[in-house]
Design a protein around this ligand. Structure first.
Ligand code: SF4
Length: 58
């Protein structure tokens, strides 16, 4: 996947609580320009994760 930018407005209809992510914003918002969720053929919600996650930058 190509480089993902951090935008100034959140993705609507996405609530994310991963506050250790570079794209996370206070209020459980995601500021990534897009997100990708994996993997295919998941059976339960436990199987799925956001593949766009990046650790917070210093
Ligand atoms: S990129 Fe994924 S993990 Fe990071 S804030 Fe957005 S939805 Fe959450």
């Amino acid at each position: 996947m190509s480089q993902t930018s951090r935008l100034s407005s959140p993705i609507s209809r996405v609530k994310c609580v991963v506050n250790s992510c570079y794209f996370y914003e206070q209020g459980d918002q995601c500021m990534a320009e897009r997100i990708e969720v994996k993997p295919p053929n998941s059976s339960t919600s436990e199987d799925t994760d956001c593949n766009t996650f990046q650790p917070k930058r210093a």
